[in-house]
Design a protein around this ligand. Structure first.
Ligand SMILES: *Cc1c(COP(=O)(O)O)cnc(C)c1O
Length: 467
């Protein structure tokens, strides 16, 4: 190619205005929300990077598909289109639709786990961990050592620690009913897993007779990282790479609100016939009949199209580049982030930026509040509010204090990213004035969604000395 500018590979057919607010309005909104960004009204947010989950823009083909949706209770045409798309990409024999990823996780936990069991993962996502702990089993994070060092460059920081996995399997015979590998590793910085790592993890699991499942929310982004970074994959298509990824697993859970490019949906796909039957019993209990699983026919159509659009190379090039573009601007300005930039998000390293805030005053949470206050940007804390509360009720600092800025798919353009960079660099310049927060009240499970907090020292920002 002669030209090097990577453009948004689409034009915009429908627009949705976003609303500017004043700083005083944002201050009041934060207070009303109990200093929890989940409790804000979305219309009070200018750039919403809370999550890339279900927040993407659908294509004209997906909207057209929605009009073709077959709303039959059983055996709908839309289910078979969805099933064919999932089978083409994953190769799994049984495809069970669910309303989103965590429903697939809950079903898998119900059919495979008992109290005391151990489930290793490169890093469990919050809902995966919660579903495992809800049945009394233990969610064990085994990322490679490089994965826990935010500033360190490594092409596949999402890899699972193979030696630790081997040890866990050897030392706990009969107590590890499954191993999960999350692609890309969301809680660990949106970092990819290499094909070599997955192949080796798969061989270990097979040697021990333990099934391997992929948490495959971002299978397309992971496939494209492999194409860019792993030897032997440059000439392969993302679909070919994705198929090879899934071939090393016995099943997968998926939140199709990510690389399904849809606003809702998910699935559990697997090869074991008996296990699939048990999963369908669970599905009927809480989700719905196996040919719709809690989704409308039109959702299944949107997914059938979206799962394939996510594998388009122009789209993936633009997708990864928009995140990297923000990462480059921040790195040039000295803002500490998880390196290299992930596939769906930039993760600010709040521990490095705010060393004066102790973990029990939640530095990453405080930083996320100031980003909103300064620029109307909504992000999410991935730190000690999200992961600090242990199942026994004790409090332990999270491995990392991160603020995730997740990019909705096909929603924001380069000027939005330029604005973001400005806000982030400005907030970085205020870093010494940022102060901690404390928790006023919180539920015992997934507390970050509904906790109420407050500034620990009267305000989020210390007054400037001498003014
Ligand atoms: C989003 C996500 C889930 C849960 O999916 P939902 O659709 O939000 O229920 C599980 N694992 C990972 C890695 C995710 O990113």
């Amino acid at each position: 190619m002669v030209f090097k500018t990577i453009i948004e590979p689409f034009r915009i057919k429908a627009v949705e205005p976003i609303r500017r607010t004043t700083r005083a309005e944002r201050e009041a909104a934060l207070q009303a929300a109990g200093y929890n960004l989940f409790a804000l009204k979305a219309e009070d947010v200018l750039i919403d990077l809370l999550t890339d989950s279900g927040t993407g823009a659908m294509s004209s083909e997906q909207w057209a598909g929605m009009m073709r949706g077959d709303e039959s209770y059983a055996g709908a045409r839309s289910f078979y289109r969805f099933e064919a798309a999932v089978k083409e990409i994953t190769g799994f024999a049984h495809v069970i639709p669910t309303h989103q990823g965590r429903a697939a996780e809950r079903i898998l936990a119900a059919v495979l786990l008992k109290p005391g069991d151990i489930v290793p993962n490169n890093t469990h996502f919050d809902t995966t961990r919660a579903n495992i702990e809800a049945v009394g089993a233990i969610a064990l994070d085994l990322p490679i050592a490089e994965g826990r060092q935010p500033g360190l460059l490594h092409p596949f920081k999402g890899n699972i620690d193979l030696a630790a996995l081997a040890r866990t399997l050897e030392e706990n015979p009969g107590q590890v009913p499954l191993v999960i590998v999350t692609v890309t590793n969301n809680s660990g910085g949106g970092q990819p897993v290499s094909m070599a790592n997955l192949r080796a993890a798969s061989a270990l699991c097979r040697r021990h007779g333990v099934p391997l499942f992929l948490d495959s929310c971002r299978y397309a982004e992971n496939a494209y990282f492999i194409k860019l970074r792993e030897e032997g994959y440059a000439a392969k298509t993302p679909l070919e790479i994705a198929r090879e990824l899934f071939s090393y697993a016995d099943g997968a859970t998926m939140s199709a609100k990510k690389d399904g490019l849809a606003n809702i949906g998910g699935f559990l796909a697997l090869n074991d016939e008996a296990l699939a039957q048990q999963a369908k019993v669970q599905l009927i209990l809480t989700e719905g009949f196996p040919t719709y699983g809690g989704l409308a026919g039109y959702d299944l159509e949107a997914l059938a199209v979206g799962l394939k659009e996510a594998l388009d190379e122009d789209y993936l090039r633009y997708r990864l580049r928009s995140v990297e573009y923000l990462g480059e601007k921040l790195t040039a300005a000295g803002v500490p982030i998880v390196q290299p930039p992930g596939g769906h998000a930039i993760y600010l390293d709040a521990q490095a930026m705010l060393p004066h805030i102790p973990p029990h005053e939640y530095p990453a949470w405080a930083l996320s509040l100031v980003l909103y206050l300064a620029g109307g940007v909504r992000s999410v804390e991935i730190g000690s509010v999200m992961f600090g509360l242990q199942p026994d009720g004790s409090e332990q600092p999270a491995a990392m204090e991160l603020v995730r800025l997740a990019f909705p798919r096909r929603v924001y353009t380069q000027s939005h990213v330029d604005y973001l960079a400005e806000v982030l660099i400005y907030v970085h310049s205020l870093r010494e004035r940022i102060r901690g927060v404390h928790i006023i009240e919180a539920p015992a499970v997934l507390r970050h969604f509904s906790a109420r907090l407050a500034p620990a020292h009267g305000s989020l920002l210390a007054e400037v000395q001498g003014t």
